[in-house]
Ligand binder design. Sequence first.
Ligand code: MN
Length: 282
Amino acid sequence: MKICWFDDNRLGVIAGGQVLDVTGALDALLPLRYPSPWGDPLVRNLPAVRAAIERLQPGAKGVPVDKVRFLSPVASPSKIIGVPVNYPAHVAEAKLDTKTFAQYAGGIEEQGLFLKANSSLVGCSQGVRIRFPERPSHHEIELGIVIGRQGSNISEANAYDHIGGYAIALDMTVRGKEDRSLRKSVDTYSVLGPWLTTADEIPDPQALDFLLSVNGATRQQSNTRNMIMKIRRQIAWASSFYTLYPGDIIMAGTCEGVGPVVPGDMIEASFEGLGSMKVPVS
Ligand code: MN
């Protein structure tokens, strides 16, 4: 199932090139508790929401996918986790330019994971707003892994049981010497979209082609099989430090070809099985 938030916080399901409005399925979340547990209520209750969507879908009103504004398909993660230096050819390009890539010493397990502020999260239609035009802001296309089931100290063998779904992620980045958590947490610098594709639709997340272009020119192109640290290890390692909650997002690292964007650019990102999205830069 492909589930989205669109327009004025409507809930949608994608079918036949249309977004079907199934906002009524949110009744499956009631009554909401306060204080609510960490994580995203919809993702935490995904089986009940899916059942409600399936009931509503036959009579739901549809709008073509190119006529809606997509918000982030996860509204309230407890954290956004980033995996650095996870594709060999990206590591190689970074080593050639130590001025731009100031923090690329050592492998992933030496550098550690990083966190991006939740307040940086947007959907594709909301776009990226450049905050420091005098500094380079780079695009990084990544697989967005959305945790579906809470877990701590998860084993690699059980890691996939904790995945709720996937979406295309852009880990937008101001280049410079500050800690990653600051440079990658600018408002709008975490893009997720266009929708959440539930895990059952992606039998092997470690074999997905992806591509990013800017103004029609291809910049990044690879396959998730090229990851240095695989998805199972990412989930196991992350959960050895902190509990993963439903809705938590892991941005699984980018491939070679990162580069600057400026206001007026149009980023297009596509991922096998997850769709494609246009992200305006302003
Ligand atoms: Mn990244």
